[in-house]
Design a protein. Structure first.
Length: 292
């Protein structure tokens, strides 16, 4: 896309890879106590991950107080080791790009979805569906309170099952998942193949719902007065036909997709070709120091 001139400039913002990220929900003294909460957060995160307090960069933000919070300050903390960050930056800059900042993936996705979630006071969810994995981000009162990689919820196993059981070429299987999904009528598709794709995608949808139950249960225990309001689907696998409707029918959320064009000016050719797979990239592109 850079080579085709879709973007101008060489400055980039990178999302810290999940395997480089240290996270934790911390229970700290009340802010009114005057305690150095930033230092305490760094010390506690280093203890949790068994590393030196000065060996990583730290980002943290206050969470809405849980039902049994008392007077404590609840904080979400995230850190990235200096040595790992330097290696990542050096690798990217060796290719001629200028790394402006490292950002948190959840923050970038939440940032770009904020206009769509405007007015949502309860629980909002963002489900980024990719071929290899899915990522669930939960927000309450507009604040990221939970992030989880759903490693078993990528679309690749769906494609693999079609290839294995029905002797389809992999490209053909991928095309069927993308274009057929849960659609019950496709004149150009053999009935047995159509049913097989429907069953595979339905099972995939059920696995997403099952994987979401534990995080949602945790959140409703923390915030019993909160209710599910909106689930946004993003990522390259989100446009699978019928997926939004099926999830909407079984979850308490109102479910919809969020495209780059919903939250930023985007040319029709880029929107058409890359669509939902660009949502997180747009969020990273909106990074500013003021947004942190």
């Amino acid at each position: 896309m850079l080579d085709k001139g879709a973007f101008k400039g060489r400055r980039v913002v990178l999302a810290v890879p999940a395997n480089m990220l240290m996270t934790g929900i911390l229970d700290l003294p009340p802010r009114s106590s005057g305690a150095p909460l930033g230092q305490l957060a760094r010390s506690e995160l280093s203890r949790m991950h068994r590393c030196q307090p000065d060996s990583f960069e730290l980002a943290c933000w206050d969470l809405p107080a849980p039902a049994r919070a008392g007077g404590a300050t609840y904080v979400m903390a995230a850190g990235c080791g200096h040595s790992q960050a330097d290696e990542l930056i050096d690798t990217v800059e060796a290719e001629g790009l200028d790394v402006h900042a490292l950002d948190l993936y959840a923050s970038a996705v939440a940032r770009v979805c904020n206009p769509v979630l405007d007015g949502v006071e309860g629980i909002a969810a963002i489900l980024d569906l990719r071929w290899a994995q899915a990522t669930l981000i939960l927000l309450y009162q507009g604040v990221v309170v939970y992030e989880r990689k759903l490693a078993k919820c990528g679309v690749e196993p769906v494609v693999d099952s079609l290839v294995r059981k029905h002797k389809l070429h992999r490209n053909r299987a991928e095309d069927l998942v993308r274009k057929v999904g849960l659609a019950t009528q496709c004149p150009d598709i053999k009935p047995d193949i159509l049913k097989a794709v429907n069953r595979a995608v339905a099972a995939y949808s059920d696995s997403l719902v099952e994987e979401m139950r534990i995080p949602l249960s945790y959140l409703t225990n923390q915030y019993p007065d909160a209710s599910p309001e909106m689930l946004l689907l993003a990522g390259g696998a989100a446009p699978i036909p019928g997926l939004v409707e099926r999830l909407d029918s079984v979850l308490e959320f109102y479910v919809r997709t969020v495209r780059p064009g919903d939250i930023a000016r985007c040319s029709a050719d880029i929107e058409e070709k890359f669509g939902l797979s660009l949502t997180s990239a747009v969020g990273l592109g909106q990074f500013s120091e003021a947004s942190q």
